[in-house]
Write a protein that binds this ligand. Structure first.
Ligand code: 13P
Length: 272
């Protein structure tokens, strides 16, 4: 984390878990134990049918809601799909794009790019995911692969819209496996992502972008991961389904008190 230059974001990805009624129950339990201090931005990306219940439940808090996917087209004959404007109108501020579980269903870098552009156009904050498989890591192509995913995903994203983009590094081999990347492994890739953003845009953009780690992040390993210079938060699956665990991760984003010169307010990413 580097709270002087960028926001810390703790985001849950509920995947295909919880019904609207369970969402309501979860949120009341979560709100009862949500820490008061504003140490980080807190987001829940939830199944589409849970969005209304989630938005209603967090209305009186600083918590934001997001979608887990979207279609890049504005409207039309795309049965079962959801557009950026639908998410926005339902009260979402964020949307996960290019999760490896969607890429495994056939989503390409080009699709990811179209979705990122459409999300930004609509005023949503995209959480663009990238990550390598175990085979890719073992064959030594991680850096090259991630760099390609980032370049392709950000194609034609204008400089002024980059302040809204969040990148999540999620090594596929660490997702839902209990096998977390070591803080050093995660830091190395997140630092590499920042270098790619620097080359594509500028040092200023690279310094300002929040890069999250995801993959078996939990209440036990969060502090160590978040202590890394280039890890600005987490995208959390399993541990975001349990209020107590998710709150402990939010608490882990509360490092030593800010130094006086670090107290300047950071610009809101989620607000238009
Ligand atoms: P887990 O935290 O369950 O490993 O999931 C990570 C993830 O895929 C978040 O998007």
């Amino acid at each position: 984390m580097n709270r002087k230059y960028r926001k810390t974001v703790i985001a849950g990805n509920w995947k295909m878990n919880k019904t609207p009624s369970e969402t309501k129950e979860f949120m009341s339990a979560f709100k009862a134990i949500l820490p008061k201090g504003r140490w980080c931005d807190v987001v829940f990306c939830v199944p589409a049918v849970c969005i209304p219940a989630a938005v209603r439940a967090v209305r009186d808090t600083r918590v934001c809601i997001g979608g887990e996917n979207m279609n890049p087209n504005p409207s039309g004959a795309y049965t079962g799909e959801i557009s950026a404007s639908m998410l926005l109108d339902a009260g979402c501020k964020y949307v996960i794009i290019g999760h490896s579980e969607r890429r495994a269903m056939g989503e390409t870098d080009e699709d990811v790019n179209a979705k990122v552009l459409a999300a930004l156009e609509a005023g949503l904050t995209p959480i663009m995911c990238c990550g390598e498989s175990l085979e890719q890591r073992e064959s030594g192509v991680t850096e090259e692969w991630i760099s390609m995913q980032i370049k392709n995903g950000l194609k034609n994203v204008p400089e002024d819209k980059m302040r809204k983009v969040i990148i999540a590094y999620e090594p596929i081999w660490a997702i839902g496996t209990g096998r977390t990347a070591t803080p050093e492994q995660a830091q190395e890739v997140c630092q590499g992502i920042r270098t790619v953003v620097r080359k594509l845009y500028s040092s200023k953009h690279a310094r300002a972008i929040s890069i999250l780690y995801g993959g078996s992040m939990n209440e036990k390993n969060a502090a160590e991961l978040l202590a890394q210079a280039d890890i600005d938060g987490g995208l959390i699956g399993g541990a975001s389904l349990v209020p107590e665990k998710f709150v402990q991760i939010i608490e882990a984003a509360n490092p030593a008190p800010l130094q006086p010169e670090e107290e300047e307010p950071v610009e809101e990413t989620a607000e238009a």
